[in-house]
Design a protein around this ligand. Structure first.
Ligand code: 13P
Ligand code: SF4
Length: 310
């Protein structure tokens, strides 16, 4: 059917009819953030998905996030507005190559960033997100070596923060690798009072120029509590929508990509639109499906993460 003229009203009506909850990541379009029941970082969204009493979870984020929600809620319908919303990190870590990497390091504890497929989670001892990675790695037994996949930039930061030596899978986020150091230096010159907030998926040379490093929620919290009059934000610019709402009156500057391009927006996250959100609720598709045996193997390291996270 053709989309209704008032999409927010139609989404609201379907949400009630289906007893659905709409979860959204900060990298979603402003209009999706505005209609969501809950907006959060990866850990908060996983926790929300685990605790919800709704019958249907509409996950406005990327595939690995919706898949995690399904792993935690096999009895619920989990919808993803666009099934093509993947992630360069998850794509760069295929399960068969990951199995070979693990086989080369049989003594290691395997810690995987939540940005990976269920098949990689199923081969991991522990899942982490950018907000709990340092804390979780610090809790691991000191006499065991650690493998960390698939984000090498986050892994290097966790290594520096935790003091633990990590063997890193060579993956990276295509969005956080595009930020131009030259553009960042230029913005710092133009706004000398601005605080630089960076996501740990950024490359080391950019993290070296940051004043504060953390997950999307931590960056938002930092902007709210900091005395600085302005911020330069090294992560996907979707988060600026919440920053500007929560901290009115302060300036937020996004950092462009290397050619001045706006490729700092995540092409996967941005596949979701208000119209696709309406359509998935109307059609109850596309829904995430998982084999039970794989789901159970992927569930164990996620539950371990939730139990170990403070
Ligand atoms: P967080 O929101 O957990 O910081 O994750 C960022 C990200 O890249 C999600 O894809
Ligand atoms: Fe994946 Fe990077 Fe997009 Fe996050 S921003 S979903 S890590 S490609």
């Amino acid at each position: 059917p053709p989309p209704p003229s008032d999409l927010p009203a139609a989404i609201g009506a379907l949400r009630r009819e289906r007893n659905a909850v709409i979860l959204a990541h900060y990298y979603q379009d402003d209009a999706i953030q505005d209609i969501a029941d809950f907006i959060g970082d990866s850990l908060e969204l996983a926790r929300k998905a685990a605790a919800t009493e709704a019958d249907v979870i509409v996950f406005c984020g990327v595939h690995f996030m919706a898949e995690t929600a399904k792993i935690l809620n096999p009895g619920k319908t989990v919808l993803l507005p666009d099934l093509e919303a993947g992630c360069s990190l998850a794509d760069a870590c295929p399960a068969d190559r990951f199995a070979a990497f693990r086989a080369e390091h049989p003594e290691h504890i395997v810690v995987s960033y939540i940005n990976c497929s269920a098949a990689v989670k199923a081969q991991s001892d522990l899942i982490c997100t950018s907000s709990n990675a340092v804390d979780l790695v610090r809790q691991l037994p000191e006499n065991r070596p650690i493998l960390f996949a698939p984000d090498q930039n986050l892994g290097r930061w966790v290594q520096n923060q935790s003091g633990r030596d990590l063997t890193l899978w060579p993956g990276s986020c295509q969005v956080h690798e595009t930020f131009s150091e030259q553009a960042l230096l230029q913005l710092k010159l133009e706004h000398p009072d601005a605080e630089v907030l960076a996501h740990p998926e950024c490359q080391q040379h950019l993290l070296d120029l940051a004043d504060f490093i953390g997950s999307t929620s931590r960056l938002l919290a930092r902007a709210a509590e900091s005395e600085a009059p302005a911020f330069i934000v090294l992560t996907e610019p979707g988060i600026l929508h919440q920053m500007r709402q929560r901290v009115p009156g302060k300036a937020f500057h996004e950092v462009p990509g290397a050619d001045g391009c706006s490729c700092n927006a995540c092409p996967y996250m941005r596949l979701n639109t208000l119209e696709k959100l309406w359509r998935c609720l109307a059609e109850m598709a596309p829904a995430i499906e998982l084999e039970e045996e794989l789901r159970l193997r992927a569930l164990a390291p996620i539950e371990k993460m939730l139990a170990m996270s403070r």
